[in-house]
Design a protein around this ligand. Structure first.
Ligand code: S6P
Ligand code: ZN
Length: 194
């Protein structure tokens, strides 16, 4: 097999999605229904529609020795029960799994974080800003703007994902809700440690 040559591509969801190395999926409301605080609002919304909340594509399997993976995520604008659309969120599962870097391409939102001991941190996301997430901090992104939130991410190729702990804990310590038309950070009443 011949070695992979260097390449370039545009930093857009469409360009990543069309790459021969792309892996990813749209996540619909039904895929992340446990993430929202208002279960009745989620059930009511699902009676009407099952919208795509976000798309993400990572470039994987570029070559056998690939050490880094990079991807792009687009969270669409919207709310359910007054809470902004968000990603599912995950821990990088093992202690030696790597850190992660995000960079916002466009849009506005929040990066919700929690340490293994449940300590919270919440950072605003805005175009051009870069975020470093240590390996042991779970991460979820929220689109609190009226436009798409698009961000680039790069992380170690051998990372394993732990979504289950997020579900078991009832999500992240904080939520981003819309109050009087603007985003507000509130405590998540469903959150609890293991
Ligand atoms: C991967 C990185 C992102 C997310 C993507 C979707 O380590 O954190 O590429 O995978 O934003 O989020 P989630 O929580 O559905 O994987
Ligand atoms: Zn990650």
């Amino acid at each position: 097999m011949s070695a992979t040559l260097p390449f370039e591509l545009l930093l857009t969801q469409q360009a990543f999605g069309q790459s021969p190395y792309a892996a990813g999926t749209p996540r619909r409301l039904s895929d992340i229904k446990d993430s929202f605080g208002d279960d009745a609002a989620v059930a009511a919304a699902l009676q009407i529609d099952n919208p795509i909340i976000y798309d993400f594509h990572a470039l994987r399997s570029i070559e056998a020795g690939q050490k880094l993976i990079f991807g792009v995520t687009t969270i669409y604008p919207g709310t359910v029960g007054g809470e902004y659309y968000m990603t599912k969120g995950h821990f990088h599962a093992r202690e030696h799994d790597g850190d992660e870097v995000y960079m916002v391409v466009k849009g506005n939102g929040y990066l919700l974080l929690q340490a293994r001991d449940g300590s919270p941190q919440t950072l605003e996301m805005y175009p051009g800003a870069v975020y470093y997430t240590p390996a042991t901090w779970a991460h979820r992104t929220v689109n609190s703007g009226a436009e798409e939130l698009v961000f680039f991410s790069i992380w170690a190729a051998d990372v394993q994902y732990d979504y289950e702990t997020i579900t078991r804990r009832g999500g992240f310590p904080q939520r981003i809700v819309q109050r009087d038309g603007i985003p507000v950070v509130v405590e998540n009443a469903k959150f609890h440690l293991d």
